[in-house]
Write a protein of this length. Sequence first.
Lengths: 494, 377
Amino acid sequence: MVALLSLAGVEKTWPNGTVALRGVDLVVQPGRVHGLLGANGAGKSTLIKILAGAIPASSGTIAWRGKPVRWSNPRAARAAGIATLYQHIPLVPTLSAADNILLEQSGGLRRNAAARARAAAVVAMLGHSFGLDEIVGDLPIGARQMVAIAQALVGDPALVIMDEPTAALAGDERETVYRTIRQLAAAGRAVLFVSHFLDEILALTDEVTVLRDGRAVLHAETATLDEAAIAAAIAGRSVTALARHEMRTPGPVLLEVEALRSPGRLAPTSLSVRAGEIVGIAGMLGSGRSELLHAIFGADPAARGTVTLDGRRVPLFTDEAVAAGIALVPEDRAKQGFVPTMTIAENIALPQQRHTLDRAGETAAARTAIEALAIKADGPDALVSELSGGNAQKVGLAKWLTPKTRVVLLDEPTAGIDIGARIDILRTVRRLADEGLAVLLVSSEFEELLAISDRILILRDGAVSAEIADPATLDEAALIQLASGTRTETGLAA
Amino acid sequence: MTSIDWRRAFGLREAGVYYALLILLGVLAAIAHSRGLPNYLNPQNLGNIAYQASLVGIMGVAMTVMLITGAFDLSVASVAALAAAVLVGLAPQIGFPLAAFAALVTAAAIGLLNGAIVQFIGINAFIVTLGTLTAVRGLVLVLTDGRSLMVERADTLAQMLAFESTRVPVFWPALVIAVALLVLGIVRRALVQIGAAIVLAILALLAGPGLAVAAPVVYLAIFTAIVWAVLHFTVIGRRIYAVGGNAEAARLSGINVHAYKLGAFVLSSVAAGFAGVLFGCRLGAINPTALQGSELTVIAAAILGGTSLFGGAGSVVKTVVGALLLFTLTNGFNVLNLGASYQGLIEGVVVIAAAAIYTVGGERKRARRPVPAEVAA
C-alpha cells in the first residue's frame, strides 16, 4: 500500500538561524488516526504549518500519494486534499455557520444551492450540533469547533490535520470530536491528531509519533505503548545544565491567596508562597495557569477573592499590585510585555511609580540590567522591538528588578527562547528567591520546573488538582503524566 | 544619548515638517518679491500667520496627546463652539472671568462624557466623538436659538477684547527662551532644540525690539511648552506614550490605563473650550456655525506633524509647526492672490504627501529589523 503522506528528513531553519526541525520522518496511512506529540518548542506547530503549505520546508522530501510535492501556499495543499484545523479556530464570527463552512468556495453567487447542500450533508454527518444559519459568534465554543471541522471536511480531504482540537472543550464536546475522528478514519480518511493529553492519544489513535527538539524520536503502534512510555519519549534526556539546588528552609509566608476565582477561567483557588520559595505551576494549555497569575496581579477585572502580601490585603488592580510589590512577567512578550516604540531603558522604567523622570538614573539602571542579565543589545537606547525573543524577555524581567518587588509571577518566562537565554533567566529567578522574594513560576518546560522549584502545584481545568511537596522525588515523565494523564472531570467546564 | 544620530535627526521623518515650513515660506517670499509685493516675511505678516493658527494649534496640541494615547476626538470644533456660546451667553450676567470658567467646565464635562463612553462602554472613539460632534453642535443651535449671540455690555466686551487682542511684546522673552533652549539643547545633545533656539533667535533679531504678537500666540506657546515638558520630562508623559504604544503592556506594568485615556479626552475638550473662549472674545459674538469643520484642520495639523493615528508616537511641537504650515498656505494664497480655488486641493495633497513620507520612512526602518525569534517557537 502506498502511504498517503510520507516525509523524509524534513528540516526547517528560520531566517534568523533558529532550527525548528532537524530531519523529521513521518508516514501517514489512509484510514488511520496518527497521534503527534511533543513538548512546547519540539517542532509540532512548524511541522503542521509545512504540511498545510503555510511555510516551505528548508530541506527534505514530502511525498503525497507517492509523488514528491512542494506546496507553495495553503490553497495548493487544500486542493491536494489536506485540510488543517488550527488550534485557535480561525472562523469569521460575524458570518453564519454555512457561510463559514463555504468560505473557500469559488464562483460568483453567494447563495449556491448545490454548495449549501454539500455543507448540509457534512453537518448531518457530524450530527447537527448547530444550525446552518446561526451566526458563528453566537455559537458555544464546542459548536464552533464543529463548524471548523465541517469547514475542513467540505472540501472532501484525504488527510485532516487537527492541532489540539479539544484543548478548549468540555467533556461532552470532546466526546463529539472523538466520535467524529473515528468516523473520519472509518470512512478511509487519514487524521493527524496533535494533542497534549496522553489519555486522549491512547484512546483515539492507531499509531503515535513523538517529536523532540525537531526530531521524530518515537514512532510506534499505540497498542504497544502506555502513558509512561510516551511521557518518557516527550521528556527525553535532560538538556538544561541547571544543577538541582539544595533545599533551603524558606522564610515566613509572604503571599497568601484565598478563594481566588474568575468565572469561566479559574475555580476558587487558594495557595501560599513563602519568602525565598519558588513554587512551580505545572499544567497544560488551557488549564488556567496564566489566568491564575493574572488574577493574583489584579489584571483580571472579573476575578474575586483575596490576595494578601505580608498580612496586608492587596486590592485586585494592577496599579495596587505593583505598589504593593507584586510583579508579573506575562506570557506573550510582544502583546503584553513591552512597548515596542520605547527603548530598553524606558521599558525597564515603566513600572516606576515616581513622578519625575531621572533619565541618567534610568540609563544607568538599564546598563546594569543589560550586564546582569547578559542582554544582547546595542545599549540602553536600543528599541526593544529590535531585540530577539530571549533578550526581549530579559527586558520584561529586568523591569521588575527593583528593591520594591517582593513577589514575582512568571508566566512561561522561557518559552520560545534559546538555551543560553533560558539559563540566564532561570539563574536570575533563582537569585531573586535567594534574596528573599516569593516566586510563582508557570512553565511548560517541566524539567525546568523540577530543577528550580521548591514545590510544584498541578493545575487542571482551572483548579489545583495536586501538589508536589518535594519535586526531588519526581522525574519529568512522572510530572507530565500527572499534568496530562488520566483526566478527571473536575473544576470548570469551559 | 552619548552620540548624535545625525542622519536620523535631520532625516525627512524627523525634521520634514520643519523643512516643509521653511521651504514654503521661502517660495512664498520669492513669489512676493518677483511680483513686486512688499516683503512677505515681515514680522507683521508672520505674526498674523501665528495668530490665525493659534486656535487650531491649541486644539492640535491636545489632539496630539489624544492621538498618542491611541484615541481620537472629532468633537473639538463643536465643543469650542459650545464653550464660546456659553461664554458669550453668560458673560453679560456673571462677568467675563466666571463665564470663561463656566465655558471651560462645560467643555471638561463633555470630554469626561466622551471618555467615559469610550472607556467604560467600549465604543470606538471615532463613533462616539462623531456623535458628540453632531449632538454638541445641535446643543449650540438650541442654546443660541439659531441666531448669533452678542455681548452688548461695553465693560465686559472690553475685558474680553483685552484678553484676546492685547499685543504682547515678545522680543526679550523670545531671546531669553532661545538662550534657555540652546543651553538645554547642548546639555541634552538634542539637535532639534538647538535648531529651534537658533531659528527663534534669528526671527526675534530680524523683527527687532518692537516685536509683539497677539495674546493667543502667547497662550499657544505657553500651552505647547507645558505639554511638551510634561511629555518629555515626567513619568506621566512616558506613561501617555506607553498607553498608546501597548495598552496591555502598560496595564501589566501597573499603569492605570483608564485614567490616562480619560484624562486625554478631558484635556482635549478643555483645550477646545479654551480655543472657544478665545474665539468668543475675538468677536464678542458667536454664530451657531462658528468653527464648523475646523476639527479636520486640527487633525490635519497633527498628521503633518507626524503623529501616528495608531498611538504611541507624536510630538506637540511638530503639530504646532503643522498648524503653522497649513495657515501659511492659506495666508499665502490670500496675500499673494494665488487663486483661492486651488487652496483646498493643495492643502489636501500636502497632508497626504506628508503622511506618505512618514509611512514610507517608517517602513524602511522596520524592514531592517531582524525576524523575531518567537516565530520559531
